[in-house]
Design a protein around this ligand. Structure first.
Ligand SMILES: Nc1ncnc2c1ncn2[C@@H]1O[C@H](COP(=O)(O)OP(=O)(O)O)[C@@H](O)[C@H]1O
Ligand SMILES: [Mg+2]
Length: 244
């Protein structure tokens, strides 16, 4: 079953076409990776899907419903959550309160929201930091908090914008494992990532963007040997390192 359908999506900023006539579909339960060089339009795609920016052309369907142009909170209510490449937690709130805000999207009692937030913090490994202010967290914990905030809204589809990039190897492995468990719980995952270990091991399929256009789509093993993708993004070094 298709959970997300992006059809002819186009967005320009002045003369720069950030996303250009982009079409792809995503199956329910799938982890779909999005890769491409800096400036390829990956984050703009997330902004278009989640209502943070309106497309010039094209449409977004979620579970068959046209959600094009809906506002972010309306998109979120339908079961679509995202993280931000530049983390967006409220700095002067505690870790727990940041996650409780997400839980309030589907809960009305404070007690329930607290219990849900604590459960998620335990799952992502941030429970011990519950009472710390978000502003004092190091980068690894900030990214984990982004994930926890998005998970607290109980999404059917979660969009992760570079949650592994910038983490040390131990943190990266923990994040990869968290994403795997999230998928096992039945959540579909759209994953923007530069860390190849993460994208290649997690993705069921990958869509490659270059100057806002889709230049390839396929399974990780197909993408990693695709000439166009190697030229535009992966580079000869990646192919060489893999063959060693
Ligand atoms: N709000 C904006 N205003 C003007 N230009 C933007 C805006 N957002 C993104 N862009 C431009 O659109 C292009 C795609 O950006 P982005 O989607 O952030 O790429 P990626 O996430 O793949 O690195 C870039 O050239 C970027 O400078
Ligand atoms: Mg980006």
């Amino acid at each position: 079953m298709t959970i997300l359908e992006v059809k002819g999506l186009t967005k320009a900023f002045g003369g720069l076409v950030a996303v250009n006539d982009l079409t792809f579909e995503m199956e329910k339960g799938e982890i779909l990776g999005i890769i491409g060089p800096n400036g390829a339009g990956k984050t703009t795609l997330f902004n278009l899907v989640t209502g943070f920016c309106r497309p010039d052309k094209g449409a977004v369907f979620f579970n068959g419903e046209d959600i094009t142009g809906l506002r972010p909170h309306e998109v979120c209510k339908r079961g679509l959550a995202r993280t931000f490449q530049i983390t967006q937690a409220f700095p002067n709130l505690t870790v727990l309160d940041n996650v409780r805000i997400g839980a309030y999207s589907h809960m009305t009692s404070g007690k329930e929201a607290t219990a849900e937030a604590l459960r998620i913090l335990e799952f992502v490994g941030l429970w011990e930091k519950s009472n710390e202010l978000a502003s004092v967290l190091p980068i690894g914990h900030r990214k984990t908090l982004e994930l926890a905030r998005a998970m607290a809204t109980r999404p059917e589809l979660i969009l992760l914008d570079e949650v592994v990039a910038g983490l040390n190897s131990k943190e990266a492995n923990a994040m990869i494992e968290n994403i795997r468990v999230i998928q096992k719980q039945g959540v579909s995952v759209l994953l923007i990532e530069h860390v190849m270990k993460a994208i290649m091991s997690l993705s069921d399929r990958i869509v490659v963007l270059h100057y806002g256009e889709k230049i390839a789509e396929g399974k990780p093993e197909e993408i990693s040997v695709n000439e166009k993708v190697i030229e535009a993004y992966l580079g000869e070094e990646y192919v060489y390192a893999k063959s060693q």
